[in-house]
Structures are given as C-alpha cells and as structure tokens.
Design a protein. Structure first.
Length: 258
C-alpha cells in the first residue's frame, strides 16, 4: 500500500506533509480539497469560501460529528489549481465540539482569497492521499472531498491517480460546480462520476447556481461524516460509453494547436 502511495505522490507532485505528534481514533479522516483555478472569478471564489465556512459552523454538520461512534472527526483543508497552493494547507484538526468546528472555520475564513492557473485534479487527490497517510489519527473511514469546476488538464492523468488512492481504502467524493460549460461531454458531474470519485459509497453532487453552494457543501459534509450515501440523482444506462477521462488534456492541447 505505501509503495503505491509513494509512487502516486511522486508522480503527481503533491506537497510532502509531516505528521504531527498525538492522534487518536476518529470516525473519519476528511480532507477538503478546494479548486481555486482561474475559471472562477473572484466573486465565485469568495462565495465558495463563505460556503465552506458556513457549512462547518452549521448545527447540522456539528450534530453529524457528535452523533458518530467516537463523536469526533479529523479534518484538514487545502486549495489547488494546477498545483497545491503551498500556504493554503490547514493541517489536521480534531472536531468534537461546536467550538472546535467554529475554530477551524475561523482559521479558513482568515485565509486570503486568490486564484491560480490550470486544473490538476490528480495533484489534489495525491495531496489528499499524502495528508491522510501522514496524519497521526486512526480513522474508521478515510475521505478525500474534491470540489471543482473543470476537467483535469495538468499533471498526471486523473483516473489512474484516483485508482491508486482507492486501492489503499480511501474514498473520493466530488462536488461538481456546473456554473458554466466545462467542456466535459455529458456534463461535469458525469466526468466526476466516471473519472474522479471512487471507493465504497462514493458520490458526486452537482451545483448549478453559486447561491446553492453552501447548502450543497453542508449536505456533502454531513453525508461524509455520517457515512451515508445520497440518493442517486442519475443512473447509468446499460451500454452507455464511459467518459473520456483525458478530455481536459486533449482540449488544452487543441487550444494551443489552433
């Protein structure tokens, strides 16, 4: 398992994370991997940030945490575009009380808002996997929570990177921001379903309007903490071809060949 993860992290250029002392058992180790690529304008990036802050402070999320077997989770956060933004990493915090959740949300709220070039979902997954492996906590579940508004167009191919993380027992869920066309045939939610998410009970939630983002984030966090999958919104039709998981790379290359 560790050899597989070491190769995954090396290929995708994830930022090394050194485990802090301490630890203990938690219901879930949850990494929030948030897209800050320039396909989002500053207003959308601000609303996205506010959505996470609001969701983390919401009573529904806190009740889901305290209602678990251990009544606590370990959570971390980082932002990504074509690479992981180095100063965006908020290392592991245990949330067991409402004040814990507020403190983590406040730390996130204080971060400056900025956007970067390109989109590397594979690097985000590799970074999340590295943080989970190096964390000092023992989680009954290990979840990488990826939110994004476009297809992978930088770094390693996303599907093999996803597969390597899933092979180690991690679950990858997605929040597909579908505010504008992404270039993914069938929609970005289908791309995420076929190429990004994976593991037992994994799911993707689509967001069509930015004002719905906070509710979608809260719903996703509650599901991830509780371990309950959402009701499926769509079903695969038998014989339907799978999404081309290299579509983002192909579109990026075609743009420069015109």
């Amino acid at each position: 398992m560790f050899a597989t993860l070491a190769m995954l992290i090396s290929l995708s250029g994830a930022t090394p994370v050194v485990a802090e002392p301490g630890g203990g058992e938690v219901d879930v180790k949850l990494v929030l991997a948030v897209d800050t690529s320039r396909s989002m304008d500053q207003e959308e990036a601000r609303i996205q940030r506010e959505g996470y802050v609001e969701a983390l402070k919401h009573r529904e999320f806190i009740d889901a945490v305290t209602g678990g077997l251990t009544g606590r989770i370990a959570i971390s956060y980082f932002e990504w575009a074509g690479y992981v933004v180095p100063d965006s990493v908020i290392d592991w915090h245990v949330i067991a009380t409402e004040q814990d959740a507020i403190d983590f949300a406040n730390k996130l709220e204080q971060r400056p808002i900025a956007t970067q070039r390109r989109t590397s979902i594979s690097t985000a997954i590799a970074q999340g996997a590295a943080m989970i492996v190096s964390s000092p906590y023992t989680g009954m579940r290990q979840v990488i929570d990826v939110s994004g508004d476009g297809t992978n167009n930088s770094g390693s191919p996303v599907a093999p990177t996803r597969d390597k993380a899933v092979e180690t027992g991690m679950v990858i869920n997605g929040l597909a921001l579908m505010l504008r066309p992404s270039g993914a045939p069938g929609g970005l939610d289908r791309y995420y379903a076929d190429c990004v998410i994976g593991g037992p009970g994994s799911f993707v939630l689509p967001v069509y309007k930015i004002e719905d983002f906070a509710v979608a984030v809260r719903r996703k966090l509650v599901l991830e903490v509780s371990g309950l999958p959402p009701q499926p919104a769509t079903q695969r039709i038998a014989g339907q071809p799978a999404t081309d998981c290299m579509i983002g790379e192909r579109q990026w290359q075609e743009m420069f060949e015109r």
